[in-house]
Design a protein around this ligand. Structure first.
Ligand code: ADP
Ligand code: MG
Length: 797
């Protein structure tokens, strides 16, 4: 099946030719008006944006079939046309042509192509999808011939002549001025500068194309402008080959001349646009009224005189929609294929209604919330299947995710298998181990056997844990993400729980399964409320469960914003809090680049607090501290032995101290909103209301607005969406550092959230009808070419 309109046009030429040639030309005589149809089809195909080499052949085919031929000539022409045109009408040809270096474009030499390639514009296709960043709308421009004296006007003209001239005013005044004559096809006008001629003369040079704005005056029999604003213009005519009224402007990579880039893109569009395949289901394109990709590219790169420039600039046109959906469709298909492949993998079914699991549920120190019940039900259903579970559990900090992981681990243990829980940091692993052990102790009759294994586990103990894991003596092992990469052998790993907090692993989760004969069930937990559509794409191969209800009895948290210089008020808050016998977190951001400085700031802060409150016990916790001291400090805070815990961001990852009611966040402007919201979730855990004091230092208006959004709402999803809107998905997801967000060319997961669902629906539908897309190998190839490596799709299709 051919997907590019250009190829469809070529096939229309080939079809009658092939028909005539069938069975060694046995039916050739019966083909009605072969010449006429081939001629017309070739003529039509010549209108498509196809490479020159194709158009040359098309023209010769058209000419060969311009008039009726006798039998012999007909046969020769048909054979020749088939031979020459056939190779072009293939997806492989189109693919190769689009992937070719920009040097294959007329007017682009190898040198310029080399510079472009180093900047990512390494193929014809890359140029086609390098969309304009803005448009220069010249429709409102006036013609020089119709300039009206006494009005302000903007127009474009070419410098016909320029230079310095003497001028003489009244009463002996006079001097030197810079003068230029500008013209267009309707007339000429004079421009004059009585000062600054040297500078102006660098822009106003002979033959330069200028955009001029200024007051039109009369001078004797002609019109002139004095000291107008002028701006050198790229030559619109030479850029597009016609007098474009709306000229696209591109961000040109360093070393690439903007005009050269514009020309290269213009010729990519005119020679290659119709080779771009359309993968979107035709019905979808039709119902949404979308143009073909070729038409879309033309409309975007070379808008017609009636185009809506504002919409083009905002990238909100059916043309953009087409390109965005094409891109998202391939991504979603990749995700769907990956998911389909995983769902056929074998896993061990886990029964979750045995006596041990039921007893563990009864032994919990609280009733599950409605949301927890619902999610537990979802987990049980997944676990019972013979295919691996792949589920994402989204829930704010404190919504009770760990309890669910615990219950799942008990069910897995009861079925005779083991579970592993992996946290992003050692500190969090420690925290999880404490929480889980506490839950296990509550079930004294048959507690889950839990061990922690990490880089800091003493050697002899680590060896012991490894042996126990291999023999089945340990039910649940808790560690960091490195856990499974370190040659740990399980007797039978049935469940992997990944706690990602606010990190995101879009894709590479492939390695998790490798430790087991059967693929283990996977539960990914995250505390960042990712908008659903985004979650579905980022974790496209996971099912989604949401804990949208906090356990009862949580106290509302008051959020206050302080600015630099309001330290006294913050100190007062601290004093009042400890006077009530409650505890305080002081959190400093820790950014890798400035780790030393941030650490020093936290250390100094601890010192200051100790000096100001000599009766308080103050501890400092940070990632550089060894595991033992860290665990001790956390334990002291949990038990109430210390009143103030100063830390780098680590507390966000899961401390649970109901008596802590004040959180002071230093440099709040450096945190993401979602992150701050999570931090805030750490207080108000007990029966007393909590306060979160955000201290913003030296912030601009932008970050102030961001922080204000946090004061306005407590809804995590709303905050996540605000974060997404303000910072964009890369920042929001922290992917600047992690580089895990699929690198989309045109689509923007935040802006195009609605289109993500459209593409996703279409992809699911396609895979539902044809699970491995076996009927469409070309599409599978396209998905793999675009996303294969990133989605680990190597063995798909
Ligand atoms: P998360 O992992 O989502 O941050 P946790 O599972 O650590 O949340 O739970 C946070 C706190 O709430 C823990 O102290 C836990 O014991 C408690 N908790 C969890 N579920 C409930 C519930 N249904 N009722 C009361 N407290 C709960
Ligand atoms: Mg937790």
């Amino acid at each position: 099946m051919t997907r590019a309109p250009g190829l469809v046009a070529l096939e229309a030429v080939l079809r009658p030719l092939q028909f005539a040639a069938r069975d060694d030309f046995a039916h050739a005589a019966r083909v009605q008006d072969l010449e006429g149809s081939v001629h017309a089809a070739a003529e039509a195909a010549l209108a498509a944006a196809l490479p020159r080499e194709v158009r040359v052949v098309l023209a010769s085919v058209r000419d060969a079939f311009a008039k009726p031929l006798d039998e012999k000539a007909r046969r020769a022409s048909v054979e020749r046309a088939l031979r020459r045109l056939g190779p072009f009408a293939t997806a492989a040809y189109a693919e190769g042509a689009l992937a070719a270096s920009p040097a294959s474009l007329p007017g682009v030499g190898p040198k310029r192509a080399g510079v472009m390639a180093r900047r990512g514009l390494d193929s014809v296709q890359a140029l086609l999808f390098h969309l304009p960043t803005r448009y220069d709308d010249r429709r409102a421009l006036q013609k020089i011939g119709s300039l009206e004296v006494g009005t302000r006007a903007t127009f474009v003209g070419r410098v016909l002549g320029c230079g310095f001239a003497a001028w003489r005013g009244g009463r002996g005044s006079g001097g030197r001025m810079f003068e230029a004559v500008l013209g267009d096809e309707t007339g000429t006008v004079n421009l004059k500068w009585f000062r600054g001629g040297e500078a102006i003369g660098r822009v106003v040079v002979k033959d330069a194309q200028l955009l001029v704005t200024g007051e039109v005056k009369r001078y004797r029999f002609s019109k002139e402008l004095q000291h107008p604003e002028v701006e050198a213009q790229a030559d619109a005519e030479s850029a597009t080959g016609s007098r474009a009224e709306i000229v696209p402007e591109y961000s040109a990579p360093e070393g690439v001349h903007p005009r050269g880039l514009r020309r290269a893109i213009a010729s990519a569009v005119s020679d290659y646009a119709d080779l771009v395949p359309a993968w979107l289901p035709e019905r979808l394109a039709r119902t949404r009224g979308l143009p073909t990709p070729g038409d879309a590219l033309r409309a975007i790169h070379a808008p017609g005189p009636d185009a809506d420039v504002a919409a083009l600039q905002a990238r909100r046109t059916p043309h953009h929609e087409r390109l965005i959906l094409e891109e998202l469709y391939l991504l979603e298909l990749g995700l769907a294929l990956r998911r389909a492949r995983k769902s056929v993998a074998a896993s061990v079914p886990i029964a979750s209604d045995g006596p041990r699991t039921r007893a563990a549920l009864r032994a919990l120190p609280f009733e599950l919330t409605g949301a927890q019940h619902r999610v537990w039900h979802e987990l049980r259903q997944d676990l019972a299947r013979a295919h691996p579970m792949h589920r994402l559990l989204e829930g704010e900090v404190g919504s009770g995710k760990t309890v669910l992981a615990y219950l799942a681990a008990v069910a897995v243990a009861e079925s005779g298998h083991q579970a592993a829980l992996m946290a992003p940091t050692e500190l969090l692993a420690e925290q999880h181990e404490r929480t889980l052990s506490r839950l296990a102790r509550g079930h004294a009759a048959d507690p889950l056997r839990i061990e922690r294994l990490s880089a800091s586990t003493p050697r002899t103990h680590a060896d012991l844990v490894r042996a126990e894991l291999a023999s089945g003596g340990v039910d649940l092992v808790v560690g960091t993400h490195a856990l499974l990469e370190e040659g740990v052998g399980f007797r039978s790993l049935g469940l992997v729980v990944v706690d990602e907090q606010q990190r995101f692993g879009v894709l590479q989760r492939a390695a998790l399964g490798d430790k087991a004969a059967h693929e283990p069930h996977t539960l990914v937990m995250t505390a960042t409320p990712i908008p659903r559509t985004l979650a579905l794409t980022l974790y496209g191969d996971l099912d989604l469960s949401v804990l949208d209800e906090l356990p009862p009895g949580r106290q509302p948290v008051r959020t206050l914003l302080f600015r630099e210089g309001e330290g006294r008020q913050v100190a007062d808050l601290l004093r009042e809090t400890v006077a009530r016998g409650e505890q305080v977190y002081v959190v400093y951001p820790l950014v890798e680049e400035s780790e030393k400085m941030d650490l020093r700031a936290a250390t100094e802060s601890a010192e200051r607090i100790r000096a100001a409150f000599p009766n308080l016990r103050v501890d400092l916790v940070h990632g550089r501290l060894d595991a033992v001291s860290r665990a001790e400090a956390m334990a002291r805070f949990e038990s109430g032995a210390t009143q103030v815990l100063v830390s780098t961001t680590v507390v966000e990852v899961g401390v649970d101290v109901p008596n802590a009611t004040l959180m002071i966040v230093e440099h709040a402007e450096r945190f993401g909103l979602a992150q701050l919201h999570q931090l805030r979730g750490r207080i108000g855990r007990g029966s007393k209301p909590g306060t979160c004091a955000l201290v913003a230092r030296g912030v601009g208006e932008g970050s102030e607005a961001r922080l204000a959004a946090l004061l306005a709402t407590r809804d995590g999803f709303e905050i996540a969406e605000a974060d997404l809107r303000i910072r964009g998905p890369g920042e929001f997801l922290g992917t600047r550092q992690h580089g895990r967000l699929p690198d989309l060319r045109i689509a923007d997961l935040a802006r195009d959230v609605k289109l993500v669902s459209v593409a996703r629906e279409a992809a699911l539908e396609a895979v539902r009808r044809d699970p491995a897309l076996a009927r469409d190998p070309e599409l599978v190839r396209a998905v793999r070419a675009r996303w294969g490596a990133k989605l680990a799709l190597a063995d798909v299709g």
